[in-house]
Design a protein around this ligand. Structure first.
Ligand SMILES: C[S@@+](CC[C@H](N)C(=O)[O-])C[C@H]1O[C@@H](n2cnc3c(N)ncnc32)[C@H](O)[C@@H]1O
Length: 295
């Protein structure tokens, strides 16, 4: 069997199994490509020119490679595990991150903002950045790479998640500049930050119970935020001014809970960001606006 035949066969199987996507891909074909390319160590941009693509498609699989891929595909179908957990790798902002069941699979639209160096939100290049509720560390680490002089703290309440974040700090060679800290939100943090960026839990208890099986495999701690999803985002909005520099900015993801926040607190002068590659529910607000707001 060659690469193309293998991808075609898997895409068909995934389609028939009615899997749920959303952890890096959104259809059976891309999911099959993700599995086959990652297992064979083929770079995702290596098929950019036509002759490259043809030679990748025709590359024959050894028996061992076919068996490894088939075993992972079986688990994907049987256990409904996100592919990223099976491959122990997810891509975020064009970078590879180690992931496993201790952390949410990275997928925040904030990636796009990072690649634009948070423009036009920041008045200057940030010297100190906090990634609050960091999980795998993907947001803080990608931010550290676009701001090569910034000191970045990655905070999470879960020691399990922080072990993954530390793995990723090392993988990206950022030990001197990026620090993983255990903290219940701001509870154990010191000093002020020019930028606080956070993709915290924002799913309500009712919605968590209704999530498709693939999402149920992610840690509850990464999703659940009180009865209505707003408990943790509201704590962040209330406490953030104390931890921001005078010109500091908070970037906070609320996903589909954004409508509830906007309805309930119309006096909060937030900017809801738009993303070319999709996704919504991410707000930006400066310390000054947060302090002045009556909400
Ligand atoms: C939605 S996940 C996001 C992970 C990562 N930022 C990302 O975008 O992939 C939320 C993370 O918040 C952490 N968390 C939950 N409650 C927290 C709290 N009170 N203080 C700090 N972190 C918390 C969870 O352990 C989880 O890793």
């Amino acid at each position: 069997m060659n690469v193309l035949e293998c991808v075609e066969e898997l895409a068909l199987r995934f389609d028939q199994a009615e899997l749920f996507y959303g952890h890096g891909t959104d259809n059976p074909w891309d999911e099959a490509v993700y599995l086959v390319f990652t297992t064979l160590g083929i770079a995702f941009n290596s098929g950019e020119d036509d002759s490259d693509l043809k030679s990748i498609e025709r590359r024959a699989l050894s028996t061992a490679e076919s068996e490894e891929i088939a075993a992972l595909a079986d688990r994907r179908i049987r256990e409904r595990l996100p592919m990223a957990y099976l491959l122990k790798q997810a891509w975020f902002a064009g970078l590879p991150f180690y992931v496993d069941e201790r952390v949410l699979v990275p997928r925040s639209p904030i990636a796009e903002l990072i690649l634009q160096q948070y423009q036009p939100l920041l008045p200057q290049v940030p010297a100190r950045v906090l990634d609050l509720c960091t999980g795998s560390g993907c947001i803080g680490i990608a931010t550290a790479l676009v701001f090569p002089h910034a000191q970045v703290d990655l905070a999470d309440i879960s020691t399990d998640a922080l072990e993954v974040a530390v793995h990723n700090i090392r993988q990206h060679g950022l030990e001197g500049r990026v620090t993983a800290l255990q903290s219940d939100l701001f509870g154990s943090l010191d000093g002020v930050y020019d930028l606080i960026v956070s993709n915290p839990p924002y799913v309500s208890a009712e919605e968590v119970a209704e999530l498709p099986p693939e999402y149920q495999q992610e840690p509850d701690l990464g999703l659940l935020s009180g009865d209505d999803g707003l408990a943790i985002p509201l704590r962040i909005l209330r406490e953030a001014p104390k931890y921001l520099t005078e010109q500091g900015v908070l970037v906070l993801e609320l996903g589909y809970s954004w409508e509830l926040l906007a309805q309930r607190y119309p006096g909060l002068p937030v900017a809801w960001l738009e993303f070319e590659s999709g996704g919504d529910g991410v707000l930006a607000i400066s310390r000054e606006e947060l302090i002045r707001a009556v909400w």
